[in-house]
Design a protein around this ligand. Structure first.
Ligand code: HEM
Length: 382
């Protein structure tokens, strides 16, 4: 438990964090990688360059400071981050390293304002927050089919659209695919030739949860180091390292409320996992599959989604931006259902707009489930 004095000191530093939060975490990462370059095998170098990770960590610390007296409100966000940490192989012993460099960065940036009392208070608070993560992650490791990474063989590679290609992955040790929930992702660890460090990326599973293989479907991103490597260099028969499935953006399977699956672009991948799951459950669950993308050339799973929806008597609606603009309130109004559960995935702007439209149409917040691709921007949104 933190003392009342510590809590007061933490709260008093919130404005300082607001002002210097990103500066501190930028300095922190610089220090961290200077002292522990091996951690570059875990962190996403592209996110680092774009400053996204700095923002995520800064926001997390800021939120933690705000909620320091009732840390339980952070649990949903901690769970989401812990899934990602677990899928990346973040370990208990990494936490003191992060804590040490975070406090040192605070001292460097804040100078005299970082009194012994402030540093002590943040050290204590960090310890409390880190222990919450460690406990949640440890139980996730216990539940996962394996810890960290396991070698998989690419058994098939299928072009789904001009920009998206699927990779079918089977475990090298001959074991069946691990258990997963529809909507979950795996972390893929690769080391493109000439690179000094491994790179990790999360990809949603687009396959049914009961298949012998895992299927990920990857969009070739402009300058995307890993996606270009997978598209251009990885061949059938090659080996890649894969984590056990993770993530809490998952279809409620024990429910028969209507499922409205709304995706933009490559956000279609977790929706395919969910659609497969509904179709294979043979339930009479009302389902709508709504997809927005630029045009037909970049549309993945056109036939597969249509076949699955036909089999379950569901509804399908596709909107091509080049032809008729973005998803509008008018489009989505046709799918508003009092008991419906809404699952939304796609680029950040798409998500913001769809979530705002659903709210305007009267869908309660707790019925809207979503996952941003890329680091979660803030605790409040998680
Ligand atoms: C991701 C917070 C400790 C490694 C994240 C994210 C947050 C976060 C907010 C973004 C989540 C998302 O993308 O959805 C924290 C907090 C920590 C902590 C508050 C301490 C209490 C650690 C430790 C490690 C670590 C000890 C390992 C050395 C990572 C990595 C990512 C990540 C590799 C993925 C993002 C990327 O590579 O760009 N963390 N973290 N974190 N964290 Fe942590």
């Amino acid at each position: 438990m933190l003392s009342q004095q510590t809590i007061q000191t933490i709260k008093a530093t919130v404005p300082v964090l607001e002002q210097h939060g990103v500066e501190i975490t930028t300095q922190f990462y610089k220090r961290l990688f200077e002292h522990h370059p091996e951690l570059l095998n875990i962190f996403n170098h592209a996110n680092q360059k774009k400053g996204r990770q700095q923002t995520a960590l800064a926001n997390t610390l800021y939120a933690a400071a705000q909620h320091i007296e009732q840390l339980e409100v952070l649990v949903p966000a901690v769970t989401q981050i812990a899934h990602k940490h677990r899928s990346l192989g973040v370990k208990k012993e990494h936490y003191p390293i992060v804590g040490e460099h975070l406090l040192a960065a605070m001292k460097e940036v804040l100078g005299e304002a970082a009194t012994d009392e402030v540093i002590q208070a943040w050290g204590d608070a960090y310890g409390v927050i880190a222990n919450i993560f460690i406990d949640v992650e440890e139980s996730m490791y216990d539940e996962a089919d394996w810890r960290e990474f396991k070698p998989f063989i690419v058994s098939n590679k299928v072009k789904e659209s001009a920009v998206i290609t699927s990779f079918y992955l089977v475990a090298k040790d001959g074991q069946p695919a691990p258990s997963s929930k529809p909507g979950q992702y795996v972390t893929v660890k690769v080391k493109p030739e000439g690179e000094q460090y491994t790179s990790n990326r999360q990809y949603s599973l687009s396959s049914n949860q009961n298949e012998e293989y895992l299927r990920i479907s990857v969009k070739k991103e402009l300058n995307g180091k890993v996606s270009n490597y997978l598209h251009d260099d990885v061949k059938v028969g090659d080996e890649i390292e894969v984590s056990a499935p993770a993530g809490d953006f998952t279809l409620k399977q024990d429910s028969d409320s209507p499922a409205i699956l709304i995706s933009g672009g490559v956000g279609i991948t977790p929706m395919m996992g969910m659609l497969h799951s509904i179709a294979s459950a043979n339930s009479s669950r009302k389902t709508a599959f709504i997809h927005a993308c630029k045009n037909e050339q970049v549309q993945a799973f056109k036939q597969e989604a249509s076949d699955l929806i036909t089999a379950i008597n569901g509804e399908i609606y596709t909107k091509y931006e080049d032809q008729s603009g973005r998803l509008s309130a008018e489009d989505l109004a046709n799918f508003v259902n009092e008991d419906g559960e809404y699952y939304v995935c796609g680029p950040a702007l798409f998500m913001k707009s769809v979530i705002a439209i659903l709210s305007e149409l009267g869908v309660p917040n707790e019925k809207i489930h979503f996952e941003f691709f890329g680091p979660a921007i803030s605790f409040e949104q998680a």
